[in-house]
Write a protein that binds this ligand. Structure first.
Ligand code: NAD
Length: 440
């Protein structure tokens, strides 16, 4: 869980007293009128007339969702958590206790705004929340994004946004609708909001290492959590609780976790996606049935139209060498993005303040709502999700996968009907016999 960063203390818009915040809203309304922004946008945004409270609803109150709710409350002293949606009663009860403890008087959720079950999010969207935080397993995100935007809510959308190409396109369309409606969509691809990473990538894009020749993405890490199944859990319940290990829920770890690195490669190419990729991977250590149908390592080569390549390696195994870093090799030097450092002809190191990037995402979101200047991260969050899916399919199949094929693919992994009981079949793909191109 993130701590309140130093910069919050010096950001007057986030620490303003109630009265000065009201002045700020008044000013924002006047500024909105001056720029031609519709008053209805502001009304929809924060119900600014008569109250300066931003009401937040949380969907998926697990590890990240609980952290995101805290970040949202810390980002703007006028934020209150007013609704929660969880999948089961026991998860909801636990979440309420945790959130009450972590948010104190910013927890303002009446009992009749705590929802559980498969339709919990739909009922949460019927409340008067202004913003919804989407932090469930990613397989559910496309339907949630569509519903949130249809309900006129601003969205914080955790990464990845989908597990298959059809889902990626649904989120892209919903993000476009959000743009047309003047709603903010902020992505959980948090490195885009990190001051040091942002400064390093801006330096690279302005020529500090010359022309980019290649990028090496390493996300070599240990294993993640697993939830011990209870004897009363159905197969579906077991999969949803241990969603990391099921492709239809997580997209596999290349999509769920490695997306953070792949997104930086996309960013370094000005958000232009690669034309093709090929790769390899497998399931070498996590071979037991509790690890579902995902791999434990991937290596993918992405190729761009300008001839540059990204060599991307990720592993989730215990007891191995770990490193997470983005190396960018150019004609005049080398950058290490996470170290915020450039060596070569123009040596440089970021030395500025580094508030929590998780907090900064929410500062940007809340500021956009108060000022009536919507943010839309839809384009890159969908492209990097599709780029990760492309790499997964290359490794699963052993085939060359083209962006155009993945972009137009009809692959859809999430069941049309969601209910407790039986779960989707577990199918471990084998390169050489599984074909993406034949299924696509
Ligand atoms: N940006 C980051 O650095 C970062 C870090 C961790 C996780 N994440 C992302 O956040 C999301 C959640 O991850 P997590 O680690 O918090 O997982 P988690 O399992 O701890 O939390 C997910 C929660 O969603 C609930 N849930 C499941 N299905 C639901 C449904 N249909 N409706 C409502 N609630 C539902 C679960 O009960 C659980 O409490 C994932 O997309 C993950 O990739 C992002």
């Amino acid at each position: 869980m993130s701590t309140v960063p130093v910069s919050q203390q010096s950001d007057s818009s986030t620490t303003a007293s109630p009265s000065s915040r009201r002045d700020f809203l008044k000013t924002a309304s006047i500024a909105g009128a001056a720029t031609g922004m519709s008053a209805s946008f502001l009304q929809r945004s924060v119900h600014a007339q008569g109250t300066d409270i931003i009401k937040v609803g949380l969907v998926g109150a697990g590890g990240r969702g609980t952290g995101a709710a805290k970040d949202a409350m810390d980002a703007d002293s006028g934020c209150r958590l007013t609704a929660i949606a969880e999948i089961t009663d026991d998860r909801l009860d636990g979440a309420k206790k945790n959130l009450k403890r972590s948010l104190g008087d910013r927890f303002a959720v009446p009992d009749d705004q705590c929802f559980s079950g498969w339709d919990a999010m739909q009922r949460l969207l019927e409340t008067d929340i202004n913003v919804v935080l989407l932090a469930t397993p990613p397989g559910f995100r496309p339907m949630q994004m569509e519903a949130a935007v249809a309900a006129g809510k601003h969205v914080f959308c955790e990464k990845p946004v989908a597990v298959d190409p059809v889902g990626g396109r649904r989120v892209m369309a919903a993000s476009e609708t959000a743009k047309a409606k003047g709603l903010s969509v902020v992505s959980g691809l948090c490195w885009r909001y990190d001051y040091g990473v942002k400064a390093t990538i801006e330096k690279i894009l302005s020529g500090a290492i010359g022309d980019i020749i290649s990028i090496q993405e390493n996300y070599l890490a240990g294993t993640l959590w697993i939830r011990e199944p209870k004897d009363w859990w159905s197969p579906m319940h077991t999969q949803v609780m241990n969603w990391l290990y099921y492709r239809w829920l997580s997209g596999d770890h290349i999509v769920e976790q490695f997306i953070h690195s792949l997104d930086k490669s996309l960013w370094l190419h000005n958000d232009t996606p690669p034309v093709l990729c090929y790769g390899l991977g497998g399931r070498q250590v996590r071979t037991e049935t509790e690890y579902g149908d995902i791999y434990d390592h991937f290596y993918v080569v992405y190729q761009w139209a300008d001839g540059t390549r990204t060599y991307a390696a990720t592993r989730q195994m215990p007891g191995c060498y770990n490193e997470t870093e983005d190396y960018v090799f150019g004609t005049k030097g080398t950058a290490r993005v996470l170290a915020n450092e450039i060596t070569g002809e123009n040596p440089w190191k970021f030395t500025g303040e580094k508030p929590s990037m998780y907090y900064l995402e929410h500062v940007a979101l809340m500021k956009s709502i108060r000022e009536g200047t919507p943010i839309n991260n839809g384009d890159y969050m969908c492209k990097s999700t599709l780029m990760a899916i492309m790499g997964r399919e290359a490794a699963y199949s052993g085939e060359v996968i083209r962006w155009d094929d993945i972009k137009d693919s009809k692959m859809s992994l999430v069941p049309d009907t969601l209910a407790w009981g039986d779960a989707p079949a577990v199918e471990i793909h084998q390169p050489g016999s599984y074909s993406f191109n034949q299924r696509a």
